[in-house]
Design a protein around this ligand. Structure first.
Ligand SMILES: *[C@@H]1O[C@H](CO)[C@@H](O)[C@H](O)[C@H]1NC(C)=O
Ligand SMILES: *[C@@H]1O[C@H](CO)[C@@H](O)[C@H](O)[C@H]1NC(C)=O
Length: 466
């Protein structure tokens, strides 16, 4: 009798166990497919060479501009659209930007001032522009002239090349801005409080000057103008640099739109209209467009925020990175790894930079999950590359970042790899301990990224471009 009961109990136990094991296994398989990985078309990693697929968001949202890749099918600035992107050059300039962020952090003000004096430039030093891959087109002056400017959350002052180019101008695709044909142009006088930290004057006009880390410069008049975002959004008296002496590699753009945290940045200056809030989306490929939207129009309900931290770089937005997940694995990261140098989010850095220990851990888990794919040699700053020749789809482990305040952001499938060619597609991360961690623009792709500067927070939501 008791033997029988024991036997029955065993059977029940066995059933329960089998059932449990079975469902557990099924859930694991399910999550392996649905939750921990994405399957993407290999072709979708590469831009189509001929047709532009514009984002509907830019045209349907108030106060919105298109974000266009400099060398893609949607760009009117690139003269050789069909030419392959020069990825080595893009990443070489990306590294230069990263290094200039580093050197800017480590320099002190005295160095800046003495350097500025020795070259008779006003004392301002910008970081290297980097690969300057994305631009927006905005109206300046009355009547407005459409001017295409590099989109940069790591710079403050907006500037454009100005006629008559008293010093010199580099060549740009569009006609240069001509202040003498605008009725709303005003030079800023040296006695203006806005001229306070600028070292030079010409006659009584305030001069500005920015020397970028790569030797590029722009010097000219600090001026005020009417900026036209859209027909219904016209902003008077925006301070900008009217560049009379400009040298450098700005990819044929007419100048730069500064979206940084400083007082001269476009969002800071237009606070009364847009509350110092802007959002943007970096498109999935060079043949798609994204958007840059001022104010809170169109900001999705699903945005999750993380606090802006004080960054060691005054022209960057600091954030806290708490952790990273690769597939079903949480990387073992001690919080101090990030807290030593902090982290920033930057529209102008391409490849995300992480502390070397964190990167090594990410790479090792990624490699393990990608072990069925053929590997190939590294290139530029990337060291983990795959040959996808002959494959239609690939399955990648999902990568998500946990930011301060508990916000978890899952990267898009396009936000993980840097595709040089189909036979060399590389993990778009790199390790470096001498700089802050940088959440770069590959990882930002297709996310809606909200800079609520007034509220001191950065927000993220999926599907920001569509
Ligand atoms: C890290 O960055 C520094 C300065 O920006 C650079 O000199 C160095 O080569 C980089 N190290 C690696 C491992 O890439
Ligand atoms: C701005 O200053 C420059 C240099 O003095 C001068 O040539 C130009 O006419 C001024 N523009 C206006 C609108 O005052």
């Amino acid at each position: 009798m008791s033997i029988m009961r024991n036997f029955l109990n065993m059977i029940i136990l066995l059933c329960v166990c089998l059932n449990w094991c079975f469902t557990e296994g099924a859930e694991k398989r399910e999550s392996g497919k649905v939750l921990d990985s994405y399957t993407i078309q290999v072709s979708s990693l590469f831009p189509s060479s001929s047709s532009c697929v514009p984002s509907s968001k830019a045209s349907n949202t108030k106060s919105s501009l298109r974000v266009v890749h400099m060398h893609g099918a949607c760009s009117h600035l690139s003269s050789n659209k069909d030419a392959r992107l020069d990825h080595d050059e893009i990443l070489r300039r990306d590294q230069a930007r990263v290094e200039s962020i580093h050197s800017k952090l480590s320099k002190n003000i005295a160095d800046e001032v003495s350097k500025a004096k020795s070259t008779e430039l006003p004392a301002k030093s910008g970081i290297t522009i980097g690969s300057a891959n994305y631009f927006v087109t905005i109206g300046i002056g009355t009547p407005k002239q459409d001017i295409s400017l590099i989109f940069d959350t790591g710079s403050d002052l907006t500037w454009t090349q100005c006629e008559p180019c008293l010093g010199s101008c580099y060549s740009q695709k569009e006609p240069k801005f001509n202040p003498s044909s605008s009725s709303s142009y005003h030079n800023v006088s040296c006695s203006s409080p806005m001229c306070e930290n600028t070292a030079s004057c010409s006659a009584s006009n305030c001069l500005y000057g920015i020397r970028y880390g790569d030797g590029s410069i722009t010097v000219g008049f600090l001026a005020k103008e009417k900026f036209t975002v859209t027909n219904s959004d016209v902003l008077d008296d925006v301070y900008f640099g009217c560049g009379e002496n400009n040298r450098g590699l700005f990819n044929g753009a007419a100048g730069l739109l500064g979206l940084g945290p400083g007082k001269f940045s476009f969002p800071s200056q237009t606070t009364t209209t847009y509350n110092n809030i802007f959002s943007y989306c970096i498109p999935s490929s060079a043949s798609n467009t994204g958007h840059l939207t001022f104010g809170s129009a169109g900001v999705s309900e699903s945005v999750k925020f993380t606090p802006i931290t004080s960054s060691s770089s005054s022209s960057h937005y600091g954030i806290n990175i708490i952790g990273i997940n690769v597939g079903d694995k949480k990387l073992e990261i001690t919080p101090t790894l990030f807290s030593t140098r902090g982290a920033i989010i930057d529209s102008g850095t391409v490849i995300t930079r992480l502390p070397t220990k964190v990167y090594a851990e990410l790479r090792s888990v990624f490699k393990e999950k990608m072990s069925s794919y053929k590997t190939t040699s590294g290139r530029s700053v990337t060291d983990t590359c795959y040959d996808f020749t002959g494959l239609e789809t690939v399955t990648l482990p999902k990568i998500s970042f946990s930011f301060g305040g508990g916000t978890v952001v899952e990267l898009d499938g396009k936000g993980i790899l840097y595709p040089f060619t189909i036979s060399q597609v590389c993990l778009a991360f790199a390790g470096n301990d001498t700089i802050p961690a940088i959440f770069g623009n590959v990882q930002q792709k297709t996310l809606e990224i909200v800079h609520d500067v007034a509220g001191r927070r950065v927000g993220f939501a999926p599907n920001g471009c569509s």
